[in-house]
Design a protein around this ligand. Structure first.
Ligand SMILES: [Zn+2]
Ligand SMILES: [Zn+2]
Length: 678
């Protein structure tokens, strides 16, 4: 590298020699003015290591990630106006890049804070990160914002955007900026600067027009680059999450590159709301949560219970077919067991509090694992007994704070389709392949076409953090990788994300709205076999410790059911539908034929409901249609005489009449093949 020029490596492999201090925007211009106009920010990656980083933040981690210094060697996002000073790999981020949207959304948060201070100058600022869905900003103001205030703020934001003020990056000596914040009573900014910078630092600020904010950036070049915005809600939040602190107002909004994309986003949200499993669960009478019994506890009504029975039957039969042994274990156990397993220590806050009986303290089980280990340990094992695969649809109870429950998705009591595989190290790869194939079978059978896979591994530089030997970790991670490769499944590796006791594979299914749901997990465990001193006698006649794998494929039966309800919007495939055929006699005269039909269909194994009410035919058809019944059979004199039925198929309407036998054969074929469509 010469003193005056640096080498900028572009994604297509081209290398540009440019003067020190050249900006990404200038490089974009030199490529094409269109690229310059389309670019939002830039990603710089040191040439030595090209680690991926992600800037999407959750509410919990935003504070630290917004201000904390970046890890050395990682790639980072910068403004287009940032002068380049060393040889570097540069990527210009345009609308096509999801990271660019994060920059736009965070810039929209600054625009919102600008608007708030112009309208309500007494407001104190907290912080305003981008989130998965948009952005928020925390404000402190004695009077809460009203819906009218939000409208006014949004209107003012459009003015700020129209001004197209540049986002200017400035640096201020730390002591000077702290003195100013303290003088103005900006207690939150004072906190952030104190916490995330140190004495002697030049503190990073961004200015747009008169508005200045403590921020590490990056930002879009100017406020005009924030194209489509909408404020969505305001919610209370305690400063630093402590209820003794002042209550803040967290104003949420979202931003997109275009109005069209934003409209599509809100249309998706509307569709998701219509599919909300809590709403459909009520409409179709599938399940309920009873206040008298307590929150987070699910009551399965007859129709929901029918679907659950089908799910469970399928799962148990598949387990048996795939070489698992079914077991049943209790719902409670002595605290001593939880001490041996370690749950009493590291998992205690997620467990129901103990109950005292005459012979000791007991606790509801939060996991089934220790129970399956006790079954394993009940008799001596040799290498010939391995792999031992114990499966159970086990009810577990976990403590969630009241008020945090959400329908079937977040509950206090649920059923895991849990299994534990105990095997020899040499069997790991084949066992993992079998788990992956089983997981794929679950997803495709229940109608999900797409899924994403993540492999969470350890951080070998952080050895002290992990239980188990290096050898075991390498064996397990290697086994997981080879299994995924053998199955030809693309996956994302996340280093350092593994639990302390072993690496894992997570399956995330993609539903009909493109939402990701975490369900199946295949998790290694080097900890429990050691804690319980598990062993088997190997071929060498010596005692060895087996390898343990936890795996759940539905994850939780409740949660999987919730996802199914939303995925199908309650219109379940025929094999899952609690009522498959609705019978509609045209008048009371035809009840006799209805009874005959009902028994013929039931004998053929179909689930049938007759509407014998003295109601109009159309009302009966409408009611079955509202229940999303796959088939509605209508019949009067003509059909009764000919032995036929007039068929209405869900989503397809009137299909005309057909002989009963033909209808039964058709329906049975669809059930047999677990067809998704009718
Ligand atoms: Zn910022
Ligand atoms: Zn387990």
């Amino acid at each position: 590298m010469s003193e005056q020029t640096i080498a900028v490596h572009l994604p297509d492999g081209a290398v540009r020699e440019v003067a020190v201090g050249t900006t990404p925007l200038e490089i974009a211009h030199s490529i094409s003015p269109r690229l310059a106009a389309a670019s939002v920010a830039a990603r710089l990656t040191p040439l030595a290591g090209a680690n991926e980083t992600t800037t999407t933040t959750t509410e919990e981690t935003t504070e630290a990630s917004m201000y904390a210094a970046e890890a050395a060697g990682a790639s980072r996002l910068v403004d287009l106006s940032t002068p380049l000073t060393t040889d570097i790999q540069l990527a210009l981020l345009t609308e096509k890049d999801p990271e660019a949207l994060t920059v736009v959304r965070h810039s929209a948060a600054h625009v919102m804070a600008t608007a708030v201070l112009e309208l309500f100058p007494e407001t104190k600022l907290g912080h305003g990160p981008a989130t998965d869905q948009g952005f928020f900003y925390d404000f402190y103001r004695e009077k809460p914002f009203t819906p009218e205030d939000l409208e006014a703020i949004e209107k003012k934001m459009h003015e700020v955007i129209a001004r197209d003020d540049k986002f200017v990056h400035e640096f201020v000596p730390r002591e000077k900026s702290l003195a100013e914040f303290e003088k103005d009573g900006d207690f939150m900014k004072t906190h952030f600067v104190t916490r995330f910078t140190k004495a002697g630092d030049e503190v990073s600020f961004y200015r747009n027009g008169k508005f200045v904010d403590f921020c590490r950036g990056p930002h879009v070049p100017s406020t005009g680059r924030v194209k489509a915005i909408k404020l969505t809600k305001v919610a209370g939040a305690y400063w630093l999450g402590d209820e003794k602190n002042p209550q803040l107002q967290r104003v949420y909004g979202t931003a997109f590159f275009s109005k069209k994309e934003m409209d599509a986003h809100f249309a998706r949200l509307e569709e998701a709301a219509k599919r909300d499993h809590r709403l459909i669960g009520k409409q179709l009478d599938l399940f309920s949560i009873q206040e008298l019994a307590g929150s987070g506890l699910i009551f399965w009504h007859p129709k929901g219970a029918m679907i659950r029975k089908i799910m469970e039957d399928w799962m148990r039969e598949e387990c048996i077919r795939r070489g698992y042994s079914l077991v049943y274990t209790p719902h409670v156990a002595k605290v001593n067991l939880w001490q041996t397993s370690g749950h009493e220590g590291f998992y205690s806050q997620n467990m129901f509090t103990p109950m005292e009986l005459d012979d000791g303290m007991y606790r509801m089980k939060p996991m089934n694992c220790p129970f399956h280990i006790l079954i394993y340990k009940n008799s001596p094992k040799s290498y010939r007994d391995l792999p031992a695969r114990y499966a159970e649809l086990g009810n577990v109870y976990r403590y969630e704070r009241s008020g945090t429950m959400h329908g079937l998705l977040r509950v206090r009591g649920f059923t895991q389709d849990d299994a534990h595989i105990f095997c020899m190290p040499s069997q790991i790869e084949d066992e993992v392949v079998a788990c992956i194939e089983f997981a794929k079978a679950v997803l495709t059978t229940f109608g999900f076409k797409e899924f994403k896979v993540e492999l969470s591994t350890w951080d070998p530089n952080d050895r002290a953090h992990y239980a188990g030997s290096d050898e075991n970790w390498n064996l397990a991670v290697g086994g997981l990788k080879r299994a995924l490769d053998r199955e030809g499944i693309p996956y994302k590796t996340i280093a350092g994300e593994a639990a302390f006791y072993g690496p894992k594979i997570d399956f995330k299914l993609v539903d009909v709205l493109g939402r990701l749901w975490q369900l199946s997990t295949v998790q290694f465990d080097f900890n429990l076999p050691a804690r319980f001193e598990m062993e088997y006698v190997g071929e060498d006649g010596e005692k060895h410790q087996p390898v343990m794998v936890h795996r759940a494929l539905f994850g939780s039966v409740e949660r999987f059911f919730g996802v199914l309800i939303e995925h199908y919007a309650g219109a379940f495939p025929l094999w899952l539908a609690p009522v498959q055929v609705g019978l509609v006699p045209i008048s009371e005269k035809h009840i006799g034929y209805a009874v005959k039909l009902e028994s013929a269909l039931k004998n053929a194994g179909l689930r049938v409901e007759v509407d014998a009410r003295n109601e109009k035919m159309n009302a009966k058809i409408r009611d079955f249609a509202n229940q999303k019944t796959p088939y509605i059979l209508v019949f009067g004199d003509k059909e009764a005489e000919a032995g036929t039925v007039s068929v209405r198929t869900r989503g397809k309407g009137d299909q005309g009449s057909m002989p009963l036998d033909e209808f039964i054969a058709k329906a049975k074929a669809l059930i047999e093949s677990k067809a998704i469509e009718l």
